[in-house]
Design a protein around this ligand. Structure first.
Ligand code: GRF
Length: 204
């Protein structure tokens, strides 16, 4: 399944996908393109190093969110992309994008949704004082981090933690969970029934 990854920043989650793909462990997903809305995003460099085609589409070049979203969908569809992975893509996508990929857009979020949606989720969780946090991979709907949950991994928040140590503990789990979900979705093992998502073959 031809898979496109969208990122805005460093791209360590993209790197985890690349590493699995190179080992043959992402199949039947195939990393076909990486797109960014920010020129100079390190994710683009990681993709180039791996020989994956890249593109930059700046949202600033478009008058409206819908115009950008339509152009972004067109770019991906034009390359035959069937599955879209948001890996640190810092834009909310409207139906103008999502309708082009029904139930085929997944996002990784660094908290246990529905707690702490939006930006700076690790800081939100740390400041709140929760004892457990983690990461969530979910299908994307038109809300902010509100789509049906595919898989979650919990991590403890330890007494000695600061925001950064918590961020890194969560990130290590993100790097395991996201490729596992991409593999399962591409293999057709993931089905949606309303808000409930089932993964055949066991939890991820
Ligand atoms: C990750 O924490 C991800 O959960 C969030 O944005 C961050 C991206 O990190 N959506 P990276 O660019 O993959 O290193």
């Amino acid at each position: 399944m031809k898979t496109g990854v969208l990122a805005s920043g460093g791209g360590t989650n993209l790197q985890s996908l690349i590493d699995q793909w190179r080992k043959g462990a992402l199949a039947p997903a195939e990393l076909a393109v990486v797109g960014a809305n920010v020129a100079g995003a390190q994710a683009l460099e990681r993709a180039a190093q791996a020989g994956i085609p890249t593109f930059v589409l700046s949202h600033k070049a478009f008058a409206t969110r819908e115009d950008f979203d339509r152009a972004l969908a067109g770019e991906l569809r034009g390359r035959g992309i069937e599955l879209v992975v948001l890996a640190g893509f810092m834009r909310v996508l409207s139906p103008a994008f999502l309708d082009a990929f029904p139930n085929r857009v997944v996002n990784i979020h660094p908290a246990l949704l529905p707690s702490f949606p939006g930006v700076h989720a690790q800081k939100q969780a740390f400041d709140y004082g929760v004892k457990v946090s983690g990461c969530t991979v979910h299908f994307v709907d038109a809300g902010t981090d509100t789509g049906p949950i595919i898989a979650q991994t919990a991590v403890p928040v330890l007494d000695g933690d600061d925001e950064e140590s918590l961020r890194l503990r969560i990130l290590a789990e993100e790097h395991r969970l996201l490729p596992a979900v991409v593999r399962a979705v591409a293999a057709g093992r993931v089905t949606i029934e309303g808000r409930r998502v089932r993964v055949a073959g066991g939890a991820l």
